[in-house]
Design a protein around this ligand. Structure first.
Ligand code: LMR
Length: 407
C-alpha cells in the first residue's frame, strides 16, 4: 500500500522560489532560480516572441492537432542550423537526427534513456561523468533511467575558476567509451567555462580515450550575446569527427520557460553517416512515443517562426544582446561595488564568470544569514542568478554581502 511511500524533500530550487514569494519584506531580493528578469525585477517577454504570438493568433491555419512524434519539422531543422551552423557538414551529410523535446530537461532525459538502452548493454555498462558541481537535476535524471553517474573535477574553490588539470586527468583516467556530460557554455551553477584552447585539449583527450560527448546547451546566445560564439565548443567537437549528442533548450534564450521548447540531437560520426542517424532516429521515436507521444506545439511554433524568418531572427539576436548585456552590466556593477567597499576577498570572478549565474564563493552559513537578515534568496551553494540583480537592488545586495563577509 501507499503507506510505504516515504515523504520526499521539496525540490530545493522551487522551494526557495516559494519561500521568496511568501516573504513580505519590501527589500527582498530573488537570486534563486535561473530565469531572466528586466531591470524592473519582472519577467521579460521578448519583443520578438510577442510578434510571433501575434502572427500565430492571426494565422487561420493553426489548429490543435497532434504534432508528429519527432515534433514540428520546421522547428527541428531550424534548431539544427542554430546549434551547428547552417553550413555544418553533419547537416549536409544528413548525419544528424533531431527530436523536439520537453525543453532541455526532456532532451537530457531522452538522451540518457537512449544511452541506457542502446549504448550500455547487459554485459557492459558505461557511466556518465558529470562535472563537480553540476545542475542538480542532471543527477536525478540519470538515476531515474539507471544510467550510472560519476563526477569529474570542474570548479576550483581557490581560483573560483576552472580546475582544468583536475578535469583533464579525470578524463584521461576514465574508462574508454565513458559518456561525458559537458555544458556547452555558461556552466550551471558556476558560470565558469573552458577557454577555446582548453576545449581543444579536452577534445584531444576525449578522442584519445574514445569518450562520448553529451553536450547540454541551455544558454546559447544568452551567455555572450552571440549565438555562434556560444556554440563554438560543440562545433569544434563536430569538426573533430566525434559521434555525440546535444540537449538544446529554448527556455532561457527565448524566455520560453513554461512552454517547454527544446530539441535532442544525435550526430553520427562522419564515416557512419546518414544510415546510422536514421536507425538511431527510429529508436528515439519509439522512446518518445512511449513517454510523451508527441511534444507540445505552442512554444515550438513561436521559436520556429522566429528561426525561419531572417528579419525576426535578427530581432531575436538583438533581444539576446539586451539580456546578456544587462547581465554583464550587473556583473561589472557588483564587482566594482564590492571592491569600492573593500569587502574582504577577491571579486574578480564575478566578471570572469559568464551567463545566468555567478558562483560567489559565499558559504552555506553566509547564504542562510543573507536570507534571515537581508531577505536575499540564493541557493545554498552560493550561486546567484545574476538576472535577479538590477539598478535598484544592487547597492542593497552588495552591502548585505559586505556585511556577512565581515561578520
Ligand atoms: C536553474 O538552475 O535555476 C534553472 O536551470 C532552472 C531549473 O530548472 O533548475
Amino acid at each position: 500500500s501507499a503507506d510505504v511511500v516515504p515523504q520526499a524533500p521539496e525540490d530545493p530550487l522551487f522551494g526557495l522560489m516559494a519561500a521568496y514569494r511568501a516573504d513580505n519584506d519590501k527589500n527582498k531580493v530573488d537570486l534563486g532560480i535561473g530565469a531572466y528578469r528586466g531591470d524592473d525585477a519582472k519577467p521579460w517577454v521578448l519583443p520578438v516572441v510577442k510578434k510571433a504570438e501575434e502572427i500565430l493568433r492571426n494565422d487561420p491555419n493553426i489548429n490543435h492537432e497532434y504534432l508528429p512524434i519527432a515534433g514540428l519539422p520546421d522547428f527541428t531543422s531550424a534548431s539544427q542550423k542554430v546549434i551547428l551552423g547552417a553550413d555544418s557538414s553533419a547537416i549536409q551529410e544528413k548525419r544528424i537526427t533531431s527530436l523536439q523535446t520537453i525543453s532541455g530537461t526532456g532532451a537530457v532525459h531522452l538522451g540518457a534513456l537512449f544511452l541506457t538502452k542502446f549504448y550500455n548493454t547487459s554485459s557492459q555498462k558505461y557511466s556518465i561523468y558529470l562535472s563537480a558541481p553540476t545542475w542538480a537535476n542532471h543527477n536525478q535524471i540519470m538515476s531515474n533511467v539507471n544510467l550510472p553517474t560519476t563526477t569529474y573535477p570542474y570548479f576550483s574553490a581557490n581560483t573560483k575558476g576552472l580546475d582544468f588539470d583536475g578535469m583533464l586527468s579525470a578524463l584521461q583516467e576514465a574508462p574508454e567509451k565513458s559518456i561525458i556530460l559537458l555544458h556547452a557554455c555558461a556552466h550551471n551553477p558556476t558560470g565558469v567555462d573552458p577557454t577555446d584552447e582548453q576545449w581543444k585539449e579536452i577534445a584531444k583527450v576525449m578522442k584519445q580515450r574514445h569518450l562520448f560527448p553529451f553536450f547540454d546547451c541551455a544558454y546559447q546566445g544568452f551567455a555572450s550575446g552571440d549565438l555562434n560564439r556560444d556554440a563554438w565548443a560543440i562545433r569544434y567537437f563536430i569538426d573533430q569527427g566525434f559521434e555525440l549528442c546535444i540537449a538544446q533548450s529554448y527556455a532561457k534564450n527565448f524566455g520560453l520557460y513554461g512552454e517547454r521548447a527544446g530539441c535532442f540531437h544525435f550526430i553520427a560520426a562522419p564515416n557512419d553517416g546518414a544510415e546510422t542517424a536514421k536507425r538511431v532516429g527510429s529508436q528515439l521515436a519509439i522512446l518518445q512515443r512511449s513517454e510523451i507521444s508527441n511534444p507540445p506545439a505552442y512554444g515550438a511554433r513561436i521559436a520556429s517562426l522566429v528561426l525561419n524568418d531572417p528579419k525576426l531572427f535578427a530581432e531575436w539576436e538583438a533581444n539576446l544582446k539586451t539580456m546578456s548585456g544587462r547581465i554583464m552590466d550587473m556583473r561589472h556593477a557588483l564587482r566594482s561595488k564590492l571592491e569600492e567597499m573593500e569587502t574582504p576577498g577577491s571579486w574578480k570572478h564575478i566578471t570572469e564568470q559568464i551567463g545566468m549565474f555567478s558562483f560567489t564563493g559565499l558559504n552555506e552559513k553566509q547564504v542562510a544569514k543573507l536570507k534571515e537578515e537581508s531577505h536575499v534568496y540564493m541557493t545554498k551553494n552560493g550561486r546567484i542568478s545574476m538576472a535577479g540583480l538590477n539598478t535598484r537592488n544592487i547597492d542593497y545586495f552588495a552591502k548585505a554581502v559586505d556585511k556577512v563577509v565581515r561578520d
